[in-house]
Design a protein around this ligand. Structure first.
Ligand code: PXL
Length: 280
């Protein structure tokens, strides 16, 4: 069985980061090792959340794994709490990376034109530098703007997307994939570039008119799970985009839906069925 290490926080309540990555990647038939960067009572969209920072635990935990000769088929980073944790993530890539280990970075830090409360421009710049170590990065448009000093636009055309991809490529990742890209009315999806071959990776599906917290983490978890199971990037991003959109639709139908996240638990069986079809 393949094994993914995911490095991100535990938001105890909130349906994001590790509480999404662990169940989803496990359901996709991939062993999931977690490295929690912090424990928060909830994600940071709740008022008055508590945080216990775990920065001082990261090196001791990974040193222990090293002593046990543990290897990973992929390392997937999401929300990293601080600039120091970005530095440590880089060290972990150096320790555990290599030709057989996919480095998948979701530079979680911003959305809708704004940085999340815990972050500043210095953090964005460090995230940009970290992305140079990646095989695949999956920023949303806001994150890409912060990483490349580009003005954020609510409405844009394909030339703007290509400019962002070009600037992201210069940061050094092998595949740069923008998420939440909408190039026609009622559609949204991914628009990416393989910087080595020049091949584009484009997938658009129907836009669901609702923004929910944690959906980026769901998309990234499914993508890295699918690639680790051996699917092409094109298939992986299609499965991830469709699953995320279906999950939002199912959530909207739930009269008791929580405001803070989506009902991905309800759609995991569908994801497992889809993956089985692709792996036949
Ligand atoms: O879903 C991204 C995310 C992860 N972890 C924490 C967050 C957020 C987004 O706000 O606050 C703690």
């Amino acid at each position: 069985m393949k094994r993914i290490l995911t490095i991100q926080d535990i938001s105890c309540l909130g349906k994001c980061s590790i509480t999404v990555a662990l169940p989803i990647i496990s359901a996709m038939g991939v062993e999931t090792t977690i490295l929690p960067t912090a424990v928060l009572s909830t994600h940071t969209m709740f008022p008055d959340f508590t945080v216990k920072d775990l920065t001082d635990q990261l090196i001791p935990i990974t040193n222990h794994w090293k002593s046990q000769n543990v290897k990973f088929d992929a390392i997937y980073t999401g929300y990293l709490g601080s600039a120091e944790e970005i530095e440590i993530a880089e060290k972990i890539f150096d320790e555990f990376g290599g030709d057989d280990t996919l480095i998948f970075i979701d530079p979680v830090m911003a959305d809708n034109g704004k940085l999340y409360p815990a972050f500043d421009m210095d953090y964005a710049k460090r995230n940009a530098a970290l992305s140079g170590k990646a095989d695949i990065i999956v920023p949303n448009i806001t994150e890409a703007c912060f990483m490349t000093d580009t003005e954020y636009k609510e409405t844009y055309d394909e030339a703007y997307v290509l400019e962002l991809l070009d600037k992201l490529s210069k940061l050094g990742a092998k595949k740069v994939v923008l998420t939440g890209v909408s190039l026609s009315e009622g559609k949204t999806g991914v628009y990416g570039l393989d910087t080595e071959t020049g091949e584009k990776i484009i997938y658009q599906n129907d836009k669901v008119d609702a923004a929910y917290h944690g959906t980026g983490d769901i998309f990234a978890s499914v993508s890295v799970g699918a690639v680790t199971r051996g699917l092409s990037l094109k298939d992986a991003f299609k499965i991830a985009a469709d699953y995320t959109a279906d999950t939002i639709r199912v959530t909207l139908d739930n009269p008791e839906k929580p405001w803070y996240g989506v009902d991905f638990e309800a759609t995991i069986p569908e994801l497992v069925d889809t993956l089985r079809e692709y792996l036949k």
